[in-house]
Structures are given as structure tokens and as C-alpha cells.
Design a protein around this ligand. Structure first.
Ligand code: ZN
Length: 491
């Protein structure tokens, strides 16, 4: 979690107040990218670099990079090419590919630009990647990120649901809220300004401007499918939550792109080669769900949520929710400085000395554990809260938090009990057989169809629709023999 965000927001508030007083004096400067008078005295370029550096460390800790040097240096090379064409030579741009399955890209003050592997999976050419990087660079040169930071509108990512909260017991309120956005969204004006600047930079770097509307179209198709599959909202922040897609944005960038040479490069095939074999969805490092079972090969554990629960994997916790009953499960881990038993941990460390009259000792697959229950609220409704601490190793406890809203079916209590006792180490066979999904590039042969290419994808539903969205195929557009396509594979 990005814990220090709040800290620096409050740090910068006094600066903001001071800056208001000097509007029109030193408060405004002319932005070399946009030519606009801008209100940025609140953050000097040095401060921008400092804020960026601090946040960058948090982002690396939370997500880390994708760990594919060839892909990372490729993205840096494309980014550097685009960044070489900006008006702000004082900014040192750096590009990172985050190990995050969400489709997202963002920039921090100071020239830190991030794309997720989820976004790379959705793009279909180097020109589209250049468009995304150009857009994010546009937010930096337009100083939108600096403005946003200065105004203190940053919120922290996925503010841990119950963990800290249960200390007060009121914290269970937070359940059902879902992840917060990493940052509040840019304004419409900032979005279209960043689109315009991005087009300028990417075309100066030699890319075809159609990459921008093409990427927005691909993203729109993917988002539409996701909401069809999941109802509204996935597991975390995505690009559209911070970069709103107005109805006109695709159309606007199409029109704007007419002002530039159409002979720039697209580089579809070389781009697809770069992302071939990349992990798709949740990774080995962060664990992943298969149906209602969660596997974490790296930390060597698995547990099963009740049937029908949706598992959402977040950097520091796993959440499982049942939309029907409103019940929720959170699993996370805490290390302790010295060995202790589960009861001591629960009472003294986790619950900070709170009385737990019904605390009892249990055994979870040979591991010492303690459990306690009390009443709380979830989303404003009264709920039964149950917590379980399992002594995973000498200095680490795994912690379940269960919230069962009043009126939930009685059987649910039994189901959640089974979840507690499902926590165990992965078997050797599971480690051999269960892997994260990969993105693979295949070349269509004569006779191939969308159905034949989509059929091998490891999903129970929407296979063809997923294939179409992944490859940004237009309605009615079929497969061309000899062309290359993205598919998802479980090996
Ligand atoms: Zn944007």
C-alpha cells in the first residue's frame, strides 16, 4: 500500500495556501508545452523530483517491475524516443513496467512514467504504446500531475480494508468499499490536453498518430467486455478511473491525428513479439485465483473461498466477496519481531490488548491458531466479525478476517469455517500443475476462425469475446491467415 501519500499531502498543504496569496506574482508561470499560464509555484521542479522519488520507492515496493529485462528496456527505448520531443528538457524521464495485471498507466511529478503489463497486453502495436507513453508524458509536461499533487487530491491505493481498522472495530465499515483509486482522475481538459501533447510527441518520434485512437478503441472494447463479465468494476484501479474516457475522446484524437503525417511507423509485429510469453492476469509472485481457490506459489500457500465468492488479489492482501450476501473474507500476513503463540499474537499484537472473551485455540492443518468473534458493521449493516490468526512460521502469522452481514444464510458460517481449515501449503503436484496464464502470439493458418483460436483459452465463458477484445477486432472483422494474434494460454 502506498502509505506515505497522506503524509506528503499534508506536508504540501501549507505551500498551497501560501501560493494562493501570490497568484499573479510568482505563482503563475508559462508552461512551455501548453503555452498556458499555470499555477505551479507550489512545486518547484526540484520538489517535483523529490515527490516523484519518494512515491517511486513505494510503487516499487508495492508492485515491483515485471522482471523481463528485454521488455523493460524496449519500453524505456520507446519512451525515451517520445520524451526526446518534449518542451521540458529539465525533466529526466524514466519508464517502468509494473507487475500488475490491471490495465493502467500513470505518471508522477519528476518524470516517472509507469505502464502495467496489463496495459501492454491490451495494446496492439508500438505506435499504441508510444501513444500511451506520450499521453503520460503530456501529463508531466502539462504539469497536471504536479498540479494534482500540489492540490492534495491524492488518495491512497486500496486503503487496507479491515487490517488497521479492526483495532477500532468500526473499520469493518470499509469492507465492500473496494480499492480506492491511486489518484483522483484528471479533469476532462487535462485529458484532452495530454492527448494533444501525446500526439505531438509520438508523431515527432516517427510514430503513426492513429496509434492513439486505436489504443483508446481497444481499451474501450476491453472495458465494455469486463463490465459485461463482472458487472461493474474489477479488482482495482485502471486507466479509465484516472484518465476518464469522455464520449468524444476517440473521435477527438481521430480528428486531431489528421494534422500529422500518416506515414509514421506502426510496428505491430515487432511489438507482438516483445509481449509474447508475458504473464497474463495475476502472477506467480503475487499469487492467483483459479475459480474459488487462491494459490500463491511464491509464498507456498493456498486456500479455498466458498463457492460463488469472487477473489480479488491485492498487493498486500487477498479479498474474497460474495455479492449476494455481502459477506467478505480478507487474508493477509504479519511478521512479528519475536516468536510467540497465536493467542498472545492475537490479543497483544493484532488486537492491541482488546478484551476477547470468546477467544479459543484451534488447529489449522497442524498449525497452531487462535480465533475470536465479535459484532461490527459492514457497509452500514450489522455483521458478525470473526478473526483467525494462524501461526504460519516462527515469526509470521496468517490472518483471516471474516465479515458475515446480519441476515446472511446460516450455511455461510459453516462455509467460512471450511475456508479457515482450507489454508495450507501447496502440494508438490499443485506446484507442478498450476501456473499463471501466459499471453502467446500465434499466427493464423488458412481455415482458422475466431472460434478455433479462442477455443484453447482457459476460460469457461466469453472465450470469443475475450479474443476479440484482446485483439481489438471490430464487429464483423474476421481472422486473416498469416496474421498474428494474441491468445491466453495456461501453459
Ligand atoms: Zn490521462
Amino acid at each position: 500500500m502506498i502509505k506515505t501519500v497522506r503524509g506528503f499531502v499534508s506536508h504540501f498543504k501549507p505551500l498551497f495556501v501560501a501560493a494562493i496569496l501570490c497568484v499573479g506574482l510568482s505563482g503563475c508561470s508559462t508552461n512551455p508545452a501548453t503555452g498556458q499560464q499555470q499555477f505551479t509555484a507550489l512545486m518547484s521542479p526540484q520538489q517535483e523530483a523529490q515527490v516523484g522519488a519518494n512515491e517511486h520507492a513505494n510503487i516499487m515496493k508495492t508492485y515491483g517491475t515485471v522482471g523481463i529485462p528485454a521488455l523493460e528496456s524496449y519500453v524505456s527505448k520507446v519512451g525515451a524516443g517520445v520524451a526526446a520531443n518534449t518542451e521540458r528538457g529539465d525533466v529526466r524521464y524514466q519508464f517502468f513496467v509494473l507487475d500488475d495485471p490491471m490495465v493502467n498507466a500513470f505518471a508522477l511529478p519528476g518524470g516517472y512514467v509507469y505502464v502495467t503489463r496489463g496495459l501492454l497486453a491490451q495494446a496492439n502495436s508500438e505506435a499504441e504504446l508510444a501513444a500511451v507513453l506520450g499521453h503520460e508524458i503530456g501529463h508531466v509536461t502539462g504539469r497536471h500531475s504536479a498540479e494534482r499533487y500540489s492540490r492534495g487530491v491524492v488518495t491512497s491505493i486500496g486503503a487496507a480494508v479491515l487490517s488497521a481498522a479492526l483495532d477500532s472495530k468500526a473499520a469493518s465499515q470499509a469492507l465492500g468499499v473496494g480499492s480506492d483509486l491511486f489518484m483522483k482522475s484528471y479533469s476532462r481538459e487535462q485529458e484532452s490536453e495530454a492527448d494533444g501533447l501525446g500526439l505531438r510527441y509520438m508523431t515527432r518520434a516517427g510514430y503513426n498518430p492513429k496509434g492513439m485512437p486505436a489504443f483508446l478503441t481497444a481499451l474501450e472494447g476491453n472495458t465494455a467486455l469486463e463490465s459485461r463479465i463482472n458487472g461493474k468494476g474489477g479488482g482495482g484501479p485502471d486507466w479509465f478511473s484516472t484518465h476518464p474516457l469522455t464520449a468524444n475522446r476517440i473521435q477527438d484524437t481521430l480528428i486531431l491525428s489528421q494534422n500529422y503525417s500518416q506515414s509514421g511507423t506502426v510496428e505491430r509485429d515487432s511489438y507482438l513479439s516483445m509481449i509474447d510469453g508475458m504473464t497474463y492476469g495475476d502472477s506467480e509472485k503475487h499469487g492467483f485465483a483459479r475459480g474459488n481457490v487462491f494459490y500463491h506459489p511464491k509464498l507456498d500457500f493456498t486456500f479455498a473461498a466458498p463457492q460463488g465468492f469472487e477473489i480479488v488479489n491485492q498487493p498486500e492482501q487477498v479479498i474474497a466477496r460474495d455479492k449476494k450476501s455481502g459477506a467478505a473474507i480478507i487474508l493477509d500476513a504479519q511478521s512479528v519481531p519475536q516468536a510467540m503463540d497465536a493467542r498472545t499474537y492475537m490479543q497483544q499484537v493484532w488486537m492491541k490488548g482488546e478484551a476477547l472473551p470468546d477467544m479459543e485455540s484451534i488447529d489449522v492443518n497442524g498449525m497452531e491458531a487462535a480465533t475470536a468473534g465479535f459484532t461490527g458493521t459492514v457497509g452500514g449493516r450489522a455483521a458478525q466479525i470473526r478473526i483467525v490468526a494462524v501461526k504460519w512460521s516462527a515469526d509470521t502469522f496468517f490472518r483471516f478476517q471474516f465479515a458475515i452481514p446480519q441476515g446472511a444464510p446460516a450455511a455461510l458460517t459453516e462455509d467460512l469455517k471450511r475456508t479457515t481449515y482450507s489454508l495450507r501449503r501447496m502440494s508438490a503436484q499443485e506446484k507442478r500443475d498450476i501456473h499463471p496464464y501466459k499471453l502467446r502470439i500465434v499466427t493464423a493458418r488458412a481455415g482458422d476462425s475466431i472460434a478455433s483460436l479462442a477455443n484453447g483459452m482457459p476460460f469457461n465463458s466469453y472465450r470469443e469475446e475475450r479474443f476479440r477484445a484482446l485483439n481489438a477486432l471490430m464487429p464483423g472483422q474476421g481472422i486473416e491467415p498469416g496474421a498474428r494474434y494474441k491468445v491466453i494460454s495456461d501453459r
